[in-house]
Design a protein around this ligand. Sequence first.
Ligand code: NAI
Ligand code: 15L
Length: 268
Amino acid sequence: PAPRTVLLTGAAGGLGTLMRGLLPAYGYDLRLFDLVPVEGETQAVTADLNDRKALREAVRGVDAIIHLAGISLESTFDKILRANIEGTYHLYEAAREEGVRRIVAASSNHAVGHTPRPLAGDPPIPSDAPHRPDTFYGLSKCFGEDLAQLYWDKHGVETVSVRIGSCFPEPTSVRMLSLWMSPADGARLFHAALTAEDVGHTVVHGSSANTRLWWDLTSARALGYTPQDDSEPYAAKLIAAQGEPDPADPAQTRLGGHFVTDPPIWPH
Ligand code: NAI
Ligand code: 15L
């Protein structure tokens, strides 16, 4: 049967807030979890992913999990380790212990951020592109994908790892014209990932049907995802303001954008 009760981790964040607005229309009853209170939601669980007891209670009885919680940008290795690597491990352990069989996990383009963006005539980047993280943050998303594979192969917990491009109400850069996923398409993709049968561990790209798309949506479409939106109506204004990408600048020729060239953040 299709999942009905879904735990949404990271519910207070940008994407969590968008999905709280959109997913109930698909019939889901969302249980909310975040480190910080979710505005206007008295029933939300406010706890750290590393609070194993709180997490296990939150997971108990749900049909599936959408896992968005974590640090969503580059940070120090220690902070990424705690929130994204240990936190995601605790989420999978709670799922295994409580018998939850399906997780939809937020991976990121930054797991493969060093991949060159396709130029005119090149094929799009496939969803089995090897890990090429551009940051400690991207590295934690590689870990999440491998953790998902382990929990499928060893414990039968299924995951769709969504390598999200950029999911915001509107694209705000020329790069985002190629990676943007409209919130409505995000909800369509999460719904497909929750309901498709026999996903095992599947990696998909999360984008709309953008005219300037850099990566392949084949594995996402195979889940039943049919994107409806395209960033193209935003193109003229963004290109007029920001210019066309400079082919000599790795921040513009690698998938991960400025994450590729930003210096690492050290703890001192
Ligand atoms: P966000 O930073 O707005 O939200 C993340 C949420 O996770 C926050 O509310 C935060 O309080 C919570 N959180 C952080 N550490 C936690 C912990 N230890 N325990 C419990 N909760 C914790 O990020 P956003 O944009 O909403 O992204 C959501 C997820 O999607 C993240 O995993 C991010 O890496 C991923 N993603 C998002 C993209 C986007 O375009 N928005 C692109 C690619 C990936
Ligand atoms: C991400 O992984 C981030 O979480 C998000 O804030 C954006 O920076 C996005 O990638 C992007 O690459 O645009």
